[in-house]
Ligand binder design. Structure first.
Ligand code: DC
Length: 226
């Protein structure tokens, strides 16, 4: 039986930071599923295709290959053989990823790839619907959240660290995140949901180590011990 851990929650809650640290503490793989949606969105944008229009996206989907590879502990995401790990980290791509992820065929294709990773590896996955749709059988489900101003503040710092913070106000980022959360939670197919069985971790007032500990205490010790 593989150890599969599902971490879901809204944008900017700290999911990827926590998921990465949990995976490293357990000595298992981490898979950032959002990066895969972002890669698909990047392809649509590069081809001048509207990411919310299924009729335009579907023909593009067939010939697209997206996979993630772990290189020295860091996830690299490949789009048709090209490493797009950097290029997918923009606000434009984030919004397009939210739009494109509402198309069921996109979700089915990427979810299948994610399930294959889970079948072959012990893995921590973060996303929006990992516990409800990608890995519904796993007993290890977490919902990580934080207040909207906290999440927007973290996103702004992240952008600033990448040199992309210029001209971005906290208010604007709050609006963008709220819009994306609404999109992700209101799509018809496999939306972001807080499952009753998922363990809730609100990171608003937690440090990163505290949040990681709040997750680890519900998990069996992994290959690396904890
Ligand atoms: O986690 P992120 O910001 O990289 O995700 C980008 C978008 O991709 C997010 O707004 C919704 C979508 N997504 C999804 O629908 N399901 C996932 N498992 C991961 C991301």
């Amino acid at each position: 039986m593989r150890l599969n851990i599902a971490i879901d929650g809204p944008a900017g809650a700290g999911k990827s930071t926590i998921a990465k640290a949990v995976a490293s503490a357990l000595g298992i793989l981490y898979l950032d599923t959002g990066a895969m949606y972002r890669a698909m969105a990047l392809k649509a944008l590069r081809n001048g295709i509207c990411p919310s229009d299924p009729a335009s996206v579907l023909p593009l989907l067939e010939g697209t290959e997206i996979f993630a590879r772990n290189i020295e502990g860091t996830q690299h995401t490949y789009l048709d053989g090209e490493d797009v790990s950097e290029g997918i980290r923009t606000q434009e791509v984030a919004q397009a990823a939210s739009d494109i992820s509402a198309i069921p065929a996109v979700r089915m294709k990427l979810a299948e790839a994610q399930r294959n990773v889970a079948r072959e590896n012990d893995v921590v996955m973060d996303g929006r619907e990992i516990g409800s749709y990608v890995l519904p059988e796993t007993p290890y489900k977490f919902y990580i959240t934080a207040s909207l101003p906290t999440r927007a503040g973290r996103r702004l710092r992240e952008l600033q660290d990448r040199g992309q913070g210029e001209g971005r106000s906290l208010e604007l980022i709050e609006q963008e995140i709220a819009q994306r959360d609404y999109n992700d939670a209101h799509r018809a197919f496999a939306p972001l949901v807080q499952l009753p069985e998922a363990i809730l971790v609100d990171t608003t007032d937690l440090t990163i180590p505290e949040a990681v500990e709040a997750v680890l205490r519900h998990l069996p010790a992994g290959k690396g011990g904890n």
